[in-house]
Design a binder for this molecule. Sequence first.
Ligand SMILES: Nc1ncnc2c1ncn2[C@@H]1O[C@H](COP(=O)(O)OP(=O)(O)OP(=O)(O)O)[C@@H](O)[C@H]1O
Ligand SMILES: [Mg+2]
Length: 279
Amino acid sequence: MKFEHGPIETVPLSVPSLALRKEGALRRSEPLLRVDGLSKSYDGRTFALCDISFEVERGEFVAVIGSSGAGKSTLLRCIDRLIDPTSGIVEFEGVDLTRLRGRRLRTSRRRISMVFQSYNLVLRSSVIQNVLQGRLGYKSTVAGALGCFSEEDKELALEMLDRVGMADHAYVRADRLSGGQKQRVGIARALVQQPALILADEPIASLDPRSSRTIMELLRSAADELGIACLVSLHQVEYAREFSDRIFGISQGRECCQGTPERFTDEVLVEVYEKGLLG
Ligand SMILES: Nc1ncnc2c1ncn2[C@@H]1O[C@H](COP(=O)(O)OP(=O)(O)OP(=O)(O)O)[C@@H](O)[C@H]1O
Ligand SMILES: [Mg+2]
């Protein structure tokens, strides 16, 4: 477990009803994310994802690996509802996201941040303006469109920029940054959303080894220190093994293997990648 508990508080004694105690017990054992029987077909004939099931606990770091076209991005996009799954359940904080629409979906999605391979920054805007985009889910549409952010939002943005080592670049235009710096801003934007889950789709695919390590360390510390679960698709197996609590291997849209990094021996990796290539 990664959470550190403070001193135990004494609370006034009261006996909760059985129903409430049962509910509490259920909540404690409930995973943060439960994906069950998830499938996605883009063309109605072939499946990019087929019957995928797994869970992610709060504060857990899970890597998704698989060859090109295996379905990693499709999986992350279905979880964040950037695309609609064809069938299956995506239960996040106890709510099935696949059944939500409109405001209720937007409210649940606030607790899920995305980090992209290509950073998705507004290049002509300053770094802090980019980070503040992560607060948009908490604003009315009008306030968001007018760029009205509170002092608290700005303080939080600066705090998160400091966390990723970019506070001194807060007022620099985003197009002046290197790739590694852009991704650090992408992570700060994800963090100001105060998410319970970060979905990162190949966050280090465009970076050199040094920047890649920094980004992986930042994501890992978000899990360890802030209790934010991370589901990270990666091509770099060695980073998946080093940084993850668990790895989920996909091949041709289907689960190939899931478990601790130790389970991903060279033989298992051959299966994950060769099956995909032979496809
Ligand atoms: N928008 C789309 N329309 C139709 N087919 C798609 C679409 N996006 C992905 N696919 C197909 O779905 C399958 C899975 O693609 P996906 O992008 O999820 O794989 P990936 O594991 O992320 O690959 P990569 O490592 O190259 O990013 C592939 O066969 C791909 O061609
Ligand atoms: Mg992809």
